[in-house]
Design a protein around this ligand. Structure first.
Ligand SMILES: C[S@@+](CC[C@H](N)C(=O)[O-])C[C@H]1O[C@@H](n2cnc3c(N)ncnc32)[C@H](O)[C@@H]1O
Length: 569
């Protein structure tokens, strides 16, 4: 790997994109920091925030008092040696004297204020007994998408991975936020530049709940552009009160916490207009949605259909391979196996046990196979077509998928499962995982499902026509606005996002029947060759069928951790 590439990879692993000093200065100015405050920058970088703080305080303190403040009130941590050297060089260049003992190079996840028992750093019990409510201000730009030391990942997950009975995603910025919240005094402030995924994405639901239960929250724009990242960023400012606030401020608007709580993902992008759609059922009440599979090697198993034929380059068979401890360690998560697992595998190795693996050989000339064929199934890959798309791919599926399942089970990865398997070959609706809006289309029975195109299936007992009614709804502009504004504003549209969409129970029965007939007609037209895209006038006319009309008042279910969990898992 080239030096530049290595350096890029190193920065990516550390989530290292430094805040331009002018942005740090603009943020610090707004905070009006007082010299009585004890301050932490948990991921210093080259010190943009620390130096902005010192400049701001330097306007009010004599140099001698500033140096005293630095030694007694300033805390910081940075994992990367090189960037720390840059920080220290700047520190010296500014004539700030010796580095305070509270500014250290190290992993923030192993770090506690020096007054704590350092041996306690990774012990859950002692962690919570240590003086965590310690800082008046925590400021910075924690790493986003960085790697967490594999040696302590599982312990960290135990410490930070659950709050209020809800999952906190194992993601560097989420764990930084949780640890920093623990370290903040009541009345203390936290101000972080942070990925905008904090606003809506379902995997951050537990984090949003934790923060809104304890803090006053303000989300604002970052005052300036970053050159080192294209990630969308926001500035999150928290004041820890230890109780729930009635509002969250988001880009100058006030979202009522009770409106946030009515959305299944606790969306911070909701407002009064959107909250009303969530007063009834969600699509998850009628559908179960699922992701599909990854084969582990698409080139090996997937074939493109061309004029009703596929070209099969391989001859497949099964072979045997010995089970060995070395092989199993290579396949294990983080290379870790328990003592009991090691023992069992060693015994199997000693007994000379074998496992079945897939063997393939290149044919001299690819075999032309007409499809449909008993050895293949249609394969549902993502496309931007809506309503219906003729099959374009098949997957080698001899013996009910035995070759693909075996390959997945014996590959050199630790996730050996096959996503979506219970739904293979069922009728449903499907869409593209990565898309600016729902490209929904009818999925006829008989398909194997790809992870790039999640699908939804009717729950038992739900009328078949709901498939078409809901498909029509998901093609409307209103549904897509709700999806992208409230449910998940990123480009990903996961199966759970679909389940969290409101069910349009405001549509009166007559319009519902008309919508179903209309959609069935569209599917018929698409199956006989007509192509639709999301802007097609026929699809635009769907908006009328699903127009919102106030429903009769129904009781709003109080938001509890239990109800949140029930929706989440
Ligand atoms: C997004 S950068 C921001 C740096 C600095 N706060 C700024 O605003 O310029 C995140 C920093 O966190 C550091 N970092 C990553 N993981 C860390 C960890 N576990 N403990 C401490 N620092 C970490 C990276 O090396 C990087 O310097």
């Amino acid at each position: 790997m080239s030096r530049a590439k290595l350096s890029r990879e190193h920065k990516r692993q550390l989530g290292q994109f430094l805040t331009p000093p002018f942005i740090a200065r603009a943020i610090v100015e707004r905070l009006c920091i007082s010299p009585s405050e004890r301050v932490l920058e948990p991921a210093l970088g080259s010190g943009a925030f620390v130096f902005a703080l010192l400049d701001a305080l330097g306007e009010h303190l004599t140099p001698a008092r500033l140096l005293r403040w630095v030694q007694t009130h300033l805390y910081g941590c940075e994992i990367d040696v090189q960037i720390m050297e840059r920080f220290v060089a700047e520190w010296r260049a500014r004539g700030l004297g010796v580095l305070p003992k509270n500014i250290v190079r190290g992993d923030f996840f192993r770090w506690l204020p020096p007054s704590c028992d350092q041996r306690a750093a990774l012990n859950r019990h002692l962690y919570f007994r240590s003086p965590l409510a310690f800082f008046d201000l925590i400021i910075g730009n924690p790493p986003f998408g960085g790697s967490i030391d594999p040696l302590i990942q599982d312990e960290l997950d135990q410490i930070f991975g659950t709050r209020n009975g809800m999952k906190i995603k194992k993601e560097t910025y989420a764990f930084f936020l949780v640890k920093c919240l623990d370290m903040l005094k009541l009345g203390g402030r936290l101000c972080f530049i942070c990925s905008d995924t904090v606003l809506t994405i379902p995997t951050m639901l537990g984090l949003r709940y934790l923060l809104q239960e304890q803090c006053e929250i303000e989300i604002s724009r970052v005052p300036g552009q970053f050159e080192e990242t294209t990630q969308n960023l926001v500035l999150i400012t928290l004041v820890k009160h230890g109780r729930k606030a009635s509002h969250i401020r988001v880009f100058g608007d006030r979202a009522k916490t009770k409106d946030v709580e009515v959305t299944p993902n606790l969306s911070w992008r909701v407002n009064g207009e959107y909250a009303r759609y969530f007063e009834g059922q969600t699509l998850g009440d009628k559908f179960v949605a699922s992701s599909g599979m990854t084969t582990g090697n698409n080139a090996l198993f997937l074939r493109k259909i061309v004029n009703g034929l596929i070209a099969e380059p391989y001859e497949f068979s099964f072979a045997q391979e010995p089970i060995t401890l070395a092989g199993e360690v290579e396949r294990a998560r983080l290379g870790k196996l328990s003592d009991a697992q090691r023992l069992t595998i060693r015994e199997r190795e000693q007994r000379g046990e074998m496992r079945r693996i897939v063997h393939w050989e290149q044919r001299q000339t690819p075999l032309a196979v007409p499809v449909p064929h008993a050895d293949y199934r249609f394969y549902n890959k993502a496309t931007s077509a809506v309503v219906y798309a003729a099959p374009e791919w098949v997957i080698f599926w001899r013996d009910q998928g035995a070759y693909v399942y075996t390959f997945k089970k014996t590959g050199k990865w630790y996730l050996h499962g096959v996503g979506g398997r219970p739904y293979f070959e069922k009728e449903g609706i499907t869409w593209s995982l990565i898309a600016p809006r729902l490209y929904t289309r009818w999925l006829p029975p008989g398909y194997i499902l790809d992870s790039g195109a999640p699908c939804a299936f009717l729950k038992p007992g739900v009328e078949h026509d709901e498939l078409f009614f809901v498909m029509g709804w998901t093609l409307t502009d209103l549904c897509n606005r709700i999806l992208k504004q409230v449910i998940n504003h990123t480009r990903n549209i996961q199966s759970k996002d679909f389940e969290r969409l409101p069910y349009p129970d405001w549509v009166p029965p007559r319009s519902k029947d008309d919508a179903i007939a209309f959609i069935k007609e569209l599917v018929h037209k698409a199956m006989t060759g007509k192509r639709f895209n999301a802007d097609h006038p026929s699809l635009q006319s769907l908006n009328e069928f699903y127009k919102y009309q106030p429903r009769r008042l129904r009781p709003v279910v109080a938001y509890t951790t239990a109800s949140a969990q029930a929706r989440l898992f």
